[in-house]
Design a protein around this ligand. Sequence first.
Ligand SMILES: C[S@@+](CC[C@H](N)C(=O)[O-])C[C@H]1O[C@@H](n2cnc3c(N)ncnc32)[C@H](O)[C@@H]1O
Length: 228
Amino acid sequence: MVQRMFSSAARRYDLNNTVLSFGLHHYWKRYAIDQANIKEGGRVLDVCSGTADIAILLAKRVGPSGHVTAVDLNPEMLEMGKSKVHKYGFEGIVSCTLGNAESLQFGDNRFDAATVGFGVRNVTDLKKAFSEMYRVIKPGGRVVCLEFTQPENRIFRSLYDFYSFTLLPAMGTILSGDRTGIYQYLPDSIRKFPPAEALRQLMLGVGFSKVSYTLLSGGIVAVHVGIK
Ligand SMILES: C[S@@+](CC[C@H](N)C(=O)[O-])C[C@H]1O[C@@H](n2cnc3c(N)ncnc32)[C@H](O)[C@@H]1O
């Protein structure tokens, strides 16, 4: 069901992201990759890469001597990602590959870091997805997870709930012409996702030696960093 929604949303995904987040998603993504400790020449994995925004930011960091592997389960989203990588001239650095976050096709200890942006909320087995990212990064490497979370301040939360449950589904549906219900699914999935501290505990349970997180934009987004 989730995959059908992303296939339908793929073509207008970037435009909708920018309009519905008031452009903030660019800042959140830049902030997240700043936490990944990426060096020139590094090898980085971007899971649930979608239209490859994060992979492209990572490519700028690793430079021509590095490599970014962008993995996503959805061919339509990945196609949009591939054309963007091509448009920005990063084909030599970024490879876009079909793959499942819950069962990554890479060997152990392959990458210096792994990132995932607004992706783990959609996977069936969250623990499995984090175990897989943990498995494929080198000891000392980082997994950075950028994801929506629920603001704790009650007043801000009621404003945010109004926006995300009422305005966002209406605007998203009009902008995209969507008939699959993706813009209703998005706020629902945020409510069902573990709060930031519970996610930190889950990551520790998977094996990360240290996990910290930062809340952004009034607590609607959390960036978790786990060190292997
Ligand atoms: C909301 S989009 C985020 C895309 C991109 N990371 C961004 O921040 O703009 C979520 C992406 O996760 C992908 N996805 C969902 N479940 C997945 C899974 N099990 N394995 C890999 N990708 C998955 C979807 O196909 C979709 O492209």
